[in-house]
Design a protein around this ligand. Structure first.
Ligand SMILES: [Zn+2]
Length: 240
């Protein structure tokens, strides 16, 4: 096949894969399974980026804690593992900064900064990494709700961040009026990841509606489908 035809075939296959991911999000498992073998073909035709999934916090650091004791670190891991499963189903290569809730260091050796350095280095040492860090928000009052995507300092991170944020709102939260924003320079991971990087605040643990959704495995699966679809769109260079 000519080079251009191959590239067009790859772009078409990837777009189909994105559609399949979104279809799965909407509950059409038949469509998703029909499309799956075509994504495997894509994986064989070209070496894709590696999706590095970072479930924020974990081990000695639970992150934000909801009124009922639900830990941000557990929700982050639940969503990350679902994203990893779905990505594997589509033949997308993934690496996880953590796979469980075991502490990586002893309590004496633990430092939050060192933990973030570890995660940034982990992504930095992965060839062709695209990093998605998964977190939950919290606020002193229960009013604020909704997802927000923060992106790293470069243009690629912004592109990924804006399309992911838009997809989250269109697919799951049409009332959400937040916008994707550059991550504050003080956020170590986004500032030092050295690859396209976004930090997804999936919702607010301090908001009862959000907490209920975020604790629901089906909603977690929907979140992971949107994140995967956004990653596939980004790496394919196609915006639906
Ligand atoms: Zn967090």
């Amino acid at each position: 096949m000519e080079q251009e035809s191959v590239q067009k075939a790859i772009a078409r296959q990837r777009t189909l894969a994105v559609l399949a991911a979104l279809a799965m999000l909407l509950g059409s498992f038949w469509f998703a399974r029909t499309m799956a073998p075509q994504q495997e073909t894509v994986a064989l035709l070209c070496r894709p980026s590696c999706l590095v999934i970072d479930p924020g916090h974990g081990g000695l650091d639970g992150g934000a804690i909801a009124y009922n004791g639900v830990k941000e670190s557990d929700l982050n891991l639940d969503i990350a593992l679902k994203l990893q499963d779905l990505a594997s189903f589509y033949g997308v290569e993934t690496r996880m900064t953590r796979q469980d809730d075991k502490p990586r260091t002893s309590a004496q050796e633990y430092s939050e900064h060192e933990d973030l350095v570890y995660r940034a280095d982990f992504a930095g040492q992965t060839p062709n990494a695209v990093l998605i860090s998964i977190h939950q928000n919290t606020f002193p009052t229960s009013q604020p709700s909704g997802a927000q995507v923060l992106y790293g300092p470069d243009a690629e991170s912004r592109k990924l961040g804006e399309l992911t944020h838009r997809n989250l709102i269109e697919a799951l939260q049409p009332q959400n009026r937040r916008v994707a924003e550059p991550a504050p320079k003080s956020l170590y991971l986004t500032a030092h990841a050295n690859c396209p990087v976004i930090l997804v605040e999936c919702g607010f643990l301090s908001n009862l509606g959000d907490l209920q959704l975020l604790s629901d495995p089906n909603y977690q699966r929907s979140l992971s489908a949107v994140l995967l679809a956004s990653y596939l769109q980004y790496t394919a260079g196609t915006i639906l």
